[in-house]
Design a protein around this ligand. Sequence first.
Ligand code: FE
Length: 336
Amino acid sequence: MTIRISLTAVTLAAAMALPVAAQEVNVYSYRQPELIQPLIDAFTEETGIPVNVAYIDKGLVERLKAEGKRSPADVILTVDVARLAKAVDAGVTQPVESELIEANIPSDFRDPGNQWFGLTTRARIVYASKERVAPGEVTTYEDLADPKWKGRICTRSGLHPYNVALTAAAIYHLGEEGAREWLKGLKANLARKPQGNDRAQVKAIWAGQCDIALGYTYYMGKMLTNPDQREWAEAVRLDFPVFEGGGTHVNISGMAMTKYAPNREEALKFMEFLTSPEAQEIYAEANFEYPVAPGSKPSELVASWGSFTPDNVNLMDLARLRPTALRLIEEVDFDG
Ligand code: FE
């Protein structure tokens, strides 16, 4: 009898607490749902906390601003440090203090003010024709401006965020004037006007239109697992160029907590879960990327493409140099 009464009391207390704590996490994601679903399933299984994902194609920051305090979003997921920095500048994020997250994310891959955290990296490298380019022919990004590559390079638009970030890294290493010359040299070596996405450049190598192309590493995995594109992938090798005195250009996928997160506690749990080495490995494998947690490893397939030293440019510098990079790309009329 006594037991029965106390149980009722507990149930009542829990029921009264319910409207205060919704016990869920809402995510606004620039990343495709299939990349994060395995992680969400694992998190919900472990904690019982459901996670709702709204996939957003563009205007994530604008949407958060418009929604203000009424926004249901707790966490944002995106790629490119510039996008994360943009969210911070727009005032739609809040700092997150967590010893666990700090232990799992090396300081190079998180905001010094704890506003955003990187989860995986991808390297912007050179896809080289196995037939027409010898191993070791491409060693530096600077080399891509060498006239020996005249008429042999393909790339997507210079104005695409992926190439803007690479140009920002070039400014960091070569200075503004050096980066302008580099862009001019690269443009002079193009086999055709910048067009298409990263995979379209590999297709162009396969078709004999060019010999080397700029692209992100993970597209190799995407092409190899797509029956229509496998042949393109098999025509190329990944070469990992470095900036002289630096390393291979990388960018991150990352996350931040929204300023008005209604489910702060659950969101923190979700973010901590995402940073665990196990979760990073699942996340990285889903998109053929590299996890950043100490001791974590990329998948066997990704590791088989080769290893590299990530560039030493601070990710915040990459974000900060973005406007200058855009201006240079326009000045040299890179896409023209
Ligand atoms: Fe992409």
